[in-house]
Design a binder for this molecule. Structure first.
Ligand SMILES: Nc1ncnc2c1ncn2[C@@H]1O[C@H](COP(=O)(O)OP(=O)(O)OP(=O)(O)O)[C@@H](O)[C@H]1O
Ligand SMILES: [Mg+2]
Length: 551
């Protein structure tokens, strides 16, 4: 302005134009690096955050998973991480760029005209205070939105995974309502933050205009006083625009910071969760377990529950022997199995494996020696082979086939379209209950653990399939310490000892013969079962060889 336009001198035009082109080229090169680097850093950050969160969750105890809705967990792992991702990808880089630009422009402005710069900086804080007022609103709305996202996932997850129930009871409309209610909540929270943002933006512009006009006013006055040239004033105003831009940008960024921080709060909440069952620093591993199990005066209540589930439970199972747990529903049978797997620690008393208190052993080491078979056979959506090898990842193909044969599963697996490489579908839906259970038996077989826990392995099956897995079960149990839980007393007669539980108390203990002779609860239950199950006694659907049972 002062050296080219006003004196009408063409000379300096070239170097000004050239340096402008040069600067643009440099800026372009920086922009390429910037967007690449920002994506790389952001991507890496999210990758490690998500993996670490998942790793952390895998390390948590079972009570956490029983307490938290699955859909909400998934939403945190995906949606909340993504909310942070978008902030990291653009927000962090932008913040840095804004701050650098503010420093640079302030410096240049001070260099051009320090008095006018001070005038323009006096109003700058206004850019901060106005958005601050709205930030509380936006923050609350962001939190609510993240929470609702979790609820939406929960409802959808629950609804779809219970599709059978929903359809059978014609509850589709009710499910839609439930889903819509959460979505409506999400929408309202969204609108709340949208309102705040919408109001904030023109207000900030207004402040910008007012400040700009104020500075122009002072500038024009200084121009008229001859303390400033026209060129200086124009350059000053251009640079001032450059300064207010990033300041306003910082205010706007606030909103995306709140969205990310609401998501971060939800992730940190999970990261703060500590496993309730922890390895002691001096915890030991156990190379080979013989399988001696002892419970001594064990009392237990579930975390966050007051009701005592087990009271003063004492028993001992010698290696290779079978203990049957019987008793009414809710008596605490499965809880004993969970304690043995060290999903929880007892409140009082001691559980010992081969004479070692479980709490002195590493959690991993305890579970290494146990194979479980649950009422509902759990399988992954993977091939039959992968599902079996889950029991011991380094098993060979031969061992897999061997285990499948012992589990009486080889035949049906071979008949599947792709044999051992057939994918079984989510939760094994493409298999029958009996087939799933036999795959689970093969998995337990291949684990080759000295201790076996069977929690009502035949309850889910019809008598025919139930009968069919008895032979493989018997093979599985031979030579292992077994704890079998069963409502069907016909399947427990052969156990070395039977423990009758009621409301968490051991009320009877002994062999089948002892208990029947004693004529207590067990005898009564047994008589009832006998009447029920006369047919299955005749067809021999009990564990162990046929034997005349007294009385
Ligand atoms: N995760 C949990 N949190 C709180 N309480 C629980 C939990 N799991 C079970 N309970 C309670 O503990 C008690 C014993 O449950 P448990 O599952 O051990 O019974 P069970 O004898 O296996 O019954 P069933 O024969 O029906 O399987 C029940 O009263 C139940 O309500
Ligand atoms: Mg149970």
């Amino acid at each position: 302005m002062d050296e080219v336009l006003v004196p009408r001198d063409f000379g300096p035009f070239w170097w000004i134009a050239l340096s402008y082109v040069g600067l643009t080229l440099v800026a372009g090169a920086l922009a390429v690096c910037d967007s690449y680097l920002a994506s790389w850093v952001g991507g890496k950050f999210v990758l490690s955050l998500r993996t670490q969160l998942f790793r952390h969750l895998q390390g948590l105890s079972l009570d956490f998973f029983e307490r938290r809705p699955l859909g909400d967990m998934l939403s945190r792992l995906t949606g909340d991480v993504a909310a942070i991702e978008s902030f990291v990808l653009s927000g962090v880089g932008d913040t840095l760029a804004y701050i650098l630009r503010i420093i640079y422009f302030t410096g240049v402005l001070l260099y051009i005209q320090w008095e006018l710069t001070l005038v323009s900086l006096i109003v700058a804080p206004l850019f901060w205070f106005v958005p601050r007022h709205f930030s509380r609103l936006i923050r609350r709305a962001s939190r609510e939105r993240r929470r609702r996202s979790g609820s939406i996932s929960s409802v959808a997850e629950e609804s779809f995974s219970n599709a059978q129930l929903v359809q059978a009871y014609n509850r589709q409309e009710a499910e839609i309502d439930r889903f819509q209610r959460e979505n409506l909540g999400h929408f309202e929270a969204y609108m709340m933050s949208a309102r705040a943002k919408a109001l904030m933006s023109p207000l900030v512009s207004l402040i910008g205009v007012a400040c700009g006009l104020g500075v122009i006013g002072v500038g024009v006055w200084m121009l008229s006083e001859g303390r400033l040239s026209l060129g200086e004033l124009l350059v000053f105003l251009t640079y001032l625009g450059g300064l207010y831009g990033p300041i306003r940008g910082l205010g706007r960024l606030g909103t995306s910071i709140y969205a990310a921080s609401a998501a971060a709060e939800r992730i940190v909440e999970f990261l703060d969760e500590q496993p309730s069952v922890l390895d002691r620093p001096d915890a030991r591993t156990l190379k080979h377990a013989r399988g001696l199990i002892e419970f001594e005066n064990v009392s237990f209540h579930y975390p966050r529950a007051t009701q005592t589930v087990l009271t003063d439970v004492t028993f001992r199972v010698e290696p290779g022997e079978t203990l049957a747990l019987v008793g009414p529903s809710g008596a605490g049978k499965s809880t004993i199995a969970k304690l043995l797997l060290r999903f929880y620690d007892p409140a009082e008393g001691e559980i010992r494996l081969d004479g070692h208190d479980l709490r002195d052993l590493r959690v991993h080491a305890v579970r290494e020696h146990i194979a479980v078979l649950l009422q509902e056979a759990l399988v992954f959506d993977a091939t039959v082979r992968e599902n079996i090898v889950y029991g011991r990842p380094n098993a060979t193909d031969e061992e897999i086939v061997q285990a499948a044969k012992a589990a009486d599963a080889h035949e049906f697996i071979a008949a599947l379209p792709h044999g051992y490489d057939t994918v079984v579908g989510q939760k094994g839906r493409r298999l029958s209950g009996g087939q799933r259970q036999r795959i689970a038996i093969a998995r337990a077989m291949i684990r080759n653990a000295p201790i076996l826990i069977l929690d009502e392995p035949t309850t889910d099956l019809d008598p025919e399939s139930g009968h069919r897995i008895l032979e493989p079960l018997r093979r599985l149990m031979s030579g292992r310490t077994t704890i079998i839980i069963s409502h069907n007393l016909m399947t427990v007669r052969e156990a070395t000892a039977i423990l009758v539980l009621k409301e968490g108390h051991v009320i009877e203990q002994g062999t089948h013969f002892d208990l029947v002779t004693r004529d207590g609860t067990y005898a009564a239950l047994y008589r009832l079962c006998q009447g029920h199950d006369a047919a299955s006694i005749i067809s021999g659907s009990d564990l162990g060889p046929h034997r005349q049972v007294a009385p």
